[in-house]
Design a protein around this ligand. Structure first.
Ligand SMILES: Cc1cc2nc3c(=O)[nH]c(=O)nc-3n(C[C@H](O)[C@H](O)[C@H](O)COP(=O)(O)OP(=O)(O)OC[C@H]3O[C@@H](n4cnc5c(N)ncnc54)[C@H](O)[C@@H]3O)c2cc1C
Length: 385
């Protein structure tokens, strides 16, 4: 058992913990900061890990650009087509009508992770009091005294060792990479099926290689995972239709259980929770990591304010005030994102006739009421300020 001390301890070497570390060190290279990471030291050992496509918003791109952590391998979304399988109601959002370069960007989870690790290595060279400590689950015990502990342990729904408030949607997401015959470039599709949303998103591999996120009941998702490639593609084709031609190939199928798990309080004494350690969301609106990055960015600013100051600035009272301000500043964005995502996850999965009808109306309203569409897109891209 080893023992050491620092001002800030960031526990969790995922995208949110790394981003927070980088923003603190970039603004205040002298920070006495320790980062605990459970992943392998070598990036090559992450090459075959989590390949799921993650939608990052333009707001997240602007944030990651500030620390040179925007992955090179990325696909841009210029149009999103939303519809209901076999029912009325559809909406199309384009970058032109929202006056943006892109509506979002799709990047593999592991590429976000690795690019952030590389950005930290560059920043590390100028940060004399930064320690990046690799720990191995159950194999090493660490006792580090810290003035502030940032929890960024993240995790997936049902795999987290804390459960506070939330909802089990009784749904799993089957993700994979598909090849199709005739996709339009830079187009994303979100289709609401009887069992949940089915998203087909661009990838950086080319116009006809797309990321699939197919939500369904845990039982049918498990069955789909086990189907032969041929049977899987035929089921998918039935559910999605022929808008992008035939489905030709599927690879790298993985399953994730979905739910909402969030903490009522995100700070306590000298501890603070960010990213998935604070809230784990359904991916229907692609908001989890986007929200976590905004958590990390705002927290970094508050902690720099405390620890770059005089001994008096660094008092525990001052730290607690800063954490209180942080909680207040995250309230609106966090609540709106959790409520909106939960609403979408429930409404777009219900098969009750009135809900199906209202959903069709809502999609039509989105299509025909540009201010509603713009407001929704703005929330998705930048969060609530
Ligand atoms: C199917 C699916 C699709 C998704 N799609 C999107 C999307 O399109 N857009 C979006 O914004 N979000 C999406 N998300 C959500 C997104 O993946 C998460 O919000 C994001 O990964 C959270 O990042 P994090 O760093 O908080 O946690 P994690 O990604 O879970 O990383 C936490 C890291 O901390 C490490 N760790 C754990 N405990 C410790 C410890 N004690 N000490 C040290 N290290 C520790 C873990 O090994 C892990 O590497 C999706 C999620 C799923 C399941």
């Amino acid at each position: 058992m080893s023992s050491s001390s620092c001002d800030i301890l960031i526990q969790g070497g995922g995208p949110v913990g790394f981003a927070c570390t980088a923003w603190i060190l970039q603004k205040f290279p002298d920070a006495k900061l320790t980062l605990l990471d459970r992943n392998p030291i070598n990036d090559d050992d992450l090459a075959n890990t989590d390949s799921r496509g993650i939608a990052l918003s333009h707001g997240s791109k602007l944030l990651l650009d500030t620390i040179n952590a925007w992955p090179k391998e990325c696909a841009h979304i210029h149009r999103v087509h939303v519809s209901q399988a076999g029912r009325f109601g559809r909406a199309l959002m384009t970058r032109e009508e929202l006056n943006q370069d892109a509506l979002g960007h799709i990047i593999r989870y592991r590429d976000i992770h690795i690019t952030l690790r590389q950005a930290i290595r560059v920043i590390q060279a100028k940060s004399p009091h930064f320690t990046w400590k690799h720990i191995h689950k159950d194999a090493e015990e660490t006792a580090i005294q810290a003035k502030c502990i940032v929890h960024a342990e993240g995790g997936l729904f049902k795999k987290q060792d804390w459960v506070e408030s939330g909802r089990d949607y009784g749904q799993s997401a089957l993700v994979g990479l598909i090849e199709v015959e005739n996709a339009s470039s830079h187009q994303a599709w979100e289709r609401f099926t009887a069992e949940g949303p089915l998203a087909v998103l661009p990838s950086h591999y080319g116009q006809n290689i797309l990321n699939l996120v197919w939500c369904g009941s845990p039982e049918s998702s498990q069955q789909r995972l086990q189907l032969s490639d041929e049977d899987f593609l035929s089921e998918l084709q039935k559910e999605f239709g022929s808008r992008i031609g035939r489905f030709l190939k599927i690879q790298d199928r993985r399953l994730y259980e979905l739910g909402l798990n969030y903490r009522k309080e995100i700070t306590k004494d000298n501890e603070v929770w960010i990213g998935n350690a604070a809230q784990t969301l359904h991916p229907v609106a692609g908001q989890g990591l986007n929200l976590g990055l905004r958590d990390a960015f705002l927290l970094a600013g508050k902690l720099v304010g405390v620890f770059s100051g005089s001994a008096e600035d660094q008092s525990s009272v001052n730290l607690q005030n800063a954490l209180h301000e942080y909680t207040q500043s995250r309230k609106a964005d966090r609540t709106t994102t959790i409520v909106l995502t939960d609403f979408m996850a429930r409404v777009f999965t219900s098969n009750l006739a009135p809900v199906v009808f209202a959903r069709g109306l809502a999609l039509s309203a989105l299509q025909w009421l540009p201010p509603v569409k713009t407001a929704l897109a703005h929330q998705m891209m930048f969060g609530r300020r």
